[in-house]
Design a protein around this ligand. Structure first.
Ligand SMILES: CC(C)(COP(=O)(O)OP(=O)(O)OC[C@H]1O[C@@H](n2cnc3c(N)ncnc32)[C@H](O)[C@@H]1OP(=O)(O)O)[C@@H](O)C(=O)NCCC(=O)NCCS
Length: 200
């Protein structure tokens, strides 16, 4: 069946299928509630590919490409490409589709002088295993913190308007007291930056 899957550039007519593929693929990950209703477009050049099985989008990858160092990716040697989205529908996983998307994106990126890819992901061990199986290494991390309900917001989050009460806040924690933050809030994710330097 995967022999029928064609890797090709994204087209405007794919938007609905792209959104459905992305939202469904992320349902069983730590990004389950990151829902978008319009496909993202990029300021800089990008590589946007889909895995098409007889008209159905079963996988996707979006990479934004740097033209100047450190404009999209971390300040590290070599122009980078940021993988903003990579996803494959659950029924089509472990068949090499994401590997094909990544390889095609890398081939296209190399022709534009890109030397490495970066990707941010949360703490799903199986997703991290996919990155690591493809030569990505962790380079940095911080925490994504969801501060929800009165017990978590009170004394922690306030507003300048007394009548405006925060009930749910999404925050980045970049300090050294990670264990304390994990103990204090129910929903805390590691957000990890991976890098893959292209073999020469
Ligand atoms: C991560 C994801 C894109 C991988 O797609 P995929 O098409 O299944 O990946 P591939 O078939 O190319 O995977 C090949 C290899 O990656 C690793 N891998 C993939 N899924 C894995 C899992 N669940 N557990 C362990 N290793 C895994 C294995 O090494 C696998 O090789 P193997 O099947 O021979 O053991 C897919 O699981 C997905 O859509 N996840 C949800 C969305 C997501 O989290 N995206 C990235 C977040 S930023």
């Amino acid at each position: 069946m995967t022999a029928d899957v064609v890797i090709r550039p994204y087209e405007d007519a794919d938007e609905r299928g792209w959104l459905e593929c992305r939202v469904l693929a992320f349902l069983d990950t730590a990004y389950f509630d990151a829902v978008e209703r319009e496909k993202e477009h990029y300021e800089r050049p990008s590589i946007e590919l889909v895995a098409d099985l007889k008209g159905k989008i079963v996988g996707l990858i979006d990479v934004e490409l740097e033209e100047e160092p450190a404009t999209v990716c971390e300040d590290r040697p070599g122009l980078g490409g940021m993988i903003w989205h990579v996803a494959v529908l659950r029924d089509f996983r472990r068949q090499g589709i994401a590997s094909r998307l990544l390889a095609a994106a890398e081939d296209a990126a190399r022709t534009r002088g890109i030397e490495r890819f970066e990707a941010w992901t949360r703490d799903d061990p199986w997703v991290q295993r996919w990155y690591e199986a493809h030569g990505f290494e962790q380079i940095r991390s911080y925490l994504h913190v969801y501060v929800e309900g009165r017990s978590e917001t009170e004394g922690m989050i306030s507003s300048e308007l007394p009548e405006l009460k925060p009930v749910k806040v999404f925050a980045h924690y970049t300090g050294d007291r990670r264990d304390e933050v994990r103990r204090r809030f129910d929903r805390v994710h590691d957000c990890v930056c991976y890098e893959r330097r292209f073999p020469v």
